[in-house]
Ligand binder design. Structure first.
Ligand code: NAD
Length: 569
């Protein structure tokens, strides 16, 4: 990838303020978001262009990064830049309502769609791993995942511990304190519970301590268990980063006959070479082994992963609630180590999230391009005013204001549904809120444009048989037409950046997913785009699940006038 670009060294994060380098705010938004992903306070290893999730990158090489910036700086407001796996490859005159940037990352033709072929192409500089929000420039740090993790754990509590106040009095055990996994301890404590999270890389634990996502650190398993038990018995919230390999932690807990209430994992198990760490090595030793003998690394990594999954299965057998948290650890050991019962514990989407997807509800995030925290506080007030009866949303915004530190450009996340109850114009919740933000920008209450985007993990934007589309009612788990239609529809509706990726959180060949951004600059054009995109994009979630036969989705389509041809409603 070459040496870090002098421009990146100078930026050290997104430019802020109201002066722009580009020809318009839509291009400027792309430039700021790319640099925000690579802000040392936001991305995990920006000096290697790695943003999060194993090797999820924002640009293919430092030359490509410079190339993208050069194109964005003089891109006209009726032009579209094409980015192929993190490298700018073309620029065409389109029109003002078209996207300014179109991105495709890591996509391979079916028969070649595996890690082996991907790594060959990567070594030749022909492709890049885009993960989900890394290669689409929508990553906003661990704050981006926190509400999803918080909501998932709240749902775990509702389903399995209905008598408790959230997770109060329970112990959750997990692994991985990286870019996404780092949200777990805070999401547990926000739900009043106790969390032990194993992490091999002490620097990652320190980062979570510094940003208040985690409160304690130890390398002594006995001490971690004791602290956790005491806190849970007292009904206190506590999070402990355990400096250990997750597989060793589970074995150690089983030896001590300690069974937590909930077990899951967010190590980067989707990538056995560059994401997951084998047991028996320090991080530096393992990094050297990866360089000198990648085959041995992969074999040892998969052996550890097998032990790790067996530990989770044994915990489940002994009474813990177990679920996979979207890193494909079950698929990995089933495919590579023939662990036949790996899928005995469910994925988090069918277990806790799909009912929301059926109703077009999904993660919605917005970023203040000014860099001014006050702009996000205005949006917090706006979302509260617009949805006065949504108690959970209010609780979330209060908690986020109190406990979630901003990273890079100030941002906020919340999950919004499809239908805005009683909206006189029949707007969706997302459209209604986006239009309100646009008005605040137009009025000057918000000082610079806000970009609205989302995770790729959304209602109608992913095909991922081991995660978002696991166990679909009609068996359509692997049908990837849906995310491709989603990307095409986002273009038709006029989103400003649209992307489609292979891989993401579960690894090459295991998922196709799409994303969009809309820049709310206060103009009528932005309002027009927002109204369309934030209707069609969540609408894809409704039609995808209605087509698969989910009653909730059919009901939502009927109540919200979403046209589903060939369905009687
Ligand atoms: P990351 O690469 O930034 O962090 C992974 C962390 O796991 C690293 O800190 C690494 O040191 C640690 N680790 C690796 N092997 C370990 C082991 N055996 N024991 C203990 N620690 C180990 O990745 P991330 O962004 O945090 O994502 C983690 C995983 O979750 C990825 O597979 C990702 O694709 C998936 N993911 C899930 C969701 C979701 O919504 N559930 C969202 C994004 C990503």
């Amino acid at each position: 990838i070459g040496e870090p670009s002098p421009q990146w060294l100078e930026y050290q994060g997104a430019p802020t303020g109201t002066d722009i380098e580009c020809e318009g705010w839509r291009q400027e938004a792309a430039l700021r978001l790319l640099n925000n992903n690579l802000d040392p306070d936001v991305g995990e290893r920006p000096e290697e262009l790695v943003v999060y999730g194993g090797t999820g990158r924002a640009a293919r090489s430092w030359d490509a990064y410079d190339g993208i910036l050069a194109e964005l700086r003089d891109l006209e407001s009726d032009e579209t830049l094409l980015v192929q796996s993190g490298k700018p490859v073309g620029r065409f005159t389109t029109h003002e309502r078209a996207p300014r940037v179109l991105i495709a990352n890591s996509n391979l033709v079916g028969n070649w769609d595996d890690w082996e072929h991907f790594h060959e192409l990567e070594a030749r500089g022909l492709i890049m791993y885009g993960q989900m929000t890394a290669g689409s420039w929508a990553y906003i740090g661990t704050q981006g995942i926190i509400q999803g993790t918080f909501e998932t754990l709240a749902e775990v509590a509702r389903q399995h511990f209905p008598e408790s106040e959230g997770l109060r009095g329970t112990i959750t055990v997990t692994g991985g304190l990286g870019g996404m996994g780092g949200a777990q301890p805070l999401a547990v404590t926000m739900n009043h519970g106790v969390c032990i999270a194993a992490e091999v890389d002490e620097r990652r634990i320190d980062r979570r301590l510094e940003t208040d996502y985690c409160t304690e650190k130890t390398d002594d398993l006995g001490e971690a268990i004791e602290l956790a038990r005491e806190a849970a018995a007292a009904g206190e919230a506590l999070s402990i980063g355990l400096h250990a390999n997750a597989a060793d932690m589970f074995d150690g807990m089983l030896e001590r006959e300690f069974v937590p209430d909930i077990v899951t994992d967010q190590t980067s198990a989707h990538d056995e070479l560059e994401g997951y760490y084998p047991a028996g090595y320090t991080v530096d030793e393992a990094d050297r082994l990866r360089e000198t003998d990648p085959d041995s690394y992969v074999a040892e990594s998969l052996d550890t992963m097998t032990r790790h999954v067996e530990g989770i299965l044994e915990m489940q057998e002994r009474g813990a609630v177990a679920f996979e948290y979207g890193n494909n650890i079950r698929g990995q050991v089933q495919d590579h180590r023939d662990v036949e019962n790996a899928f005995d514990f469910p994925g988090f989407v069918p277990a806790y999230i799909r009912p929301l997807f059926c109703r077009g509800k999904g993660p919605f995030r917005w970023v203040a391009l000014s860099g001014d925290e006050a702009d996000i506080h205005h949006t917090d007030d706006a979302v509260r005013d617009l949805f006065p009866d949504k108690e959970n949303l209010h609780r979330w915004i209060d908690l986020a204001q109190e406990q979630v530190s901003f990273q890079g450009l100030p941002s906020r996340v919340c999950w919004l549904g499809y239908r805005a109850e009683d909206d006189p114009d029949g707007l969706t919740e997302r459209a209604r809120f986006a239009l309100r933000i646009n008005e605040l920008v137009a009025d000057g209450e918000i000082t610079a444009p806000i970009v609205v985007t989302r995770d790729h993990l959304d209602a109608g934007s992913v095909a991922s048989p081991n995660r978002e589309t696991e166990a679909m009612r009609d068996g359509s788990d692997a049908v990837a037409d849906w995310p491709i239609l989603n990307a095409l529809l986002n273009c038709a509706a006029g989103a400003d950046i649209v992307s489609v990726h292979d891989g993401g959180g579960v690894g090459i060949g295991n998922a196709i997913h799409a994303n969009n951004h809309v820049v709310l600059d206060g103009s009528d054009l932005a309002a027009e785009k927002a109204r369309r995109v934030f209707t069609t994009d969540p609408g894809m979630g409704v039609i995808r699940h209605a087509d698969a036969g989910y009653e909730d989705a059919i009901d939502e389509a009927s109540a919200s006038n979403v046209r589903v041809p060939m369905h009687d409603h």
